[in-house]
Design a protein around this ligand. Structure first.
Ligand code: MG
Length: 261
């Protein structure tokens, strides 16, 4: 990872969530507004010893379906002429190292490795050419999906919306340019085995195009997340699996898979 990149995390404290900046193997607390003016304060602890939270607290999580032609093809679907948007609820968010809980209503829960964009400034009706100016940074996400319910329901609210179905993290990388993100690997590993290996250059609609399209519909707020779609190779998760989403040069998001306790 280039040295200049800034990694922001959210972590749990007895006083509630806090923002921090990663420096080597330690985290300094952020004083001020991570979406505005801030400075790095005292060391909060070692990165490995803090409980990491999703690195955003969005008002909404926007996702896009069928944004990689090879993934659309594996479901027998056409690539849409316009972005195919849907929501996941913020209640689905979990952070790194937390467990994806398999719901009893589904017999087929699948991973979807995705690049996610964190909105940095409120925007409406932005053009794609200026959209990146409204981005705080990028992170990794897993658009966990109950595939059987997605097919059965005819719309995706339940299949995509269970609690724990939106792992995000481990941090937001700030300061990366649109050009630098244009051709990064997006990888999913289950128990160390590579299951998906696409590249952001294969997207039908770029992150900037997705921001422009979404912002023509609704106001995007600081912290809102846009999940940019998954490459080919989706498949099932089972109790006890360890699932990792890696975006090249950004980070690795690791989560566990569990049954309800
Ligand atoms: Mg997806």
């Amino acid at each position: 990872m280039p040295f200049r990149l800034i990694r922001l995390i959210r972590y749990a404290t007895s006083g509630g969530p806090r923002w921090g900046i990663v420096e080597g193997d330690v985290v300094r607390e952020i004083l001020g507004d991570p979406f505005g003016q801030w400075t790095a304060g005292a060391v909060a602890g070692k990165l490995a010893e803090l409980t990491l939270l999703p690195p955003a607290a969005p008002t909404k999580i926007l996702c896009v379906g069928r944004n990689y032609p090879a993934h659309a093809a594996e479901h027998g679907a056409e690539v849409p002429a316009e972005p195919f948007l849907f929501f996941k609820p913020p209640s689905a968010l979990i952070g790194p190292n937390a467990s994806i809980v398999l719901p009893p209503q589904s017999e087929r829960v699948e991973y979807e490795a995705e690049l996610a964009v964190v909105i940095g400034r409120r925007c409406r009706w932005v053009r794609a050419e200026e959209a990146w100016a409204y981005v705080l940074g990028v992170t990794c996400a897993n658009d966990v999906t109950a595939r059987d319910l997605q097919r059965r329901d005819g719309q995706w609210t339940r299949a995509k919306g269970f609690d724990t179905f939106c792992p995000v993290g481990p941090w937001v990388v700030v300061g990366v340019s649109e050009e630098e993100m244009a051709d990064r690997a997006v990888i999913c590993r289950v128990n160390g085995e590579v299951r998906q290996h696409g590249r952001t250059s294969q997207m039908v609609f770029s992150p900037a195009a997705l921001i422009a399209y979404a912002s023509s519909v609704m106001t995007l707020e600081p912290g809102d997340l846009i999940l940019t779609g998954t490459p080919a190779g989706v498949g099932p998760l089972h109790e006890g699996d360890v699932v990792e989403v890696e975006v090249e040069g950004i980070g690795v998001l690791r989560n566990f898979v569990a049954c309800p306790s």
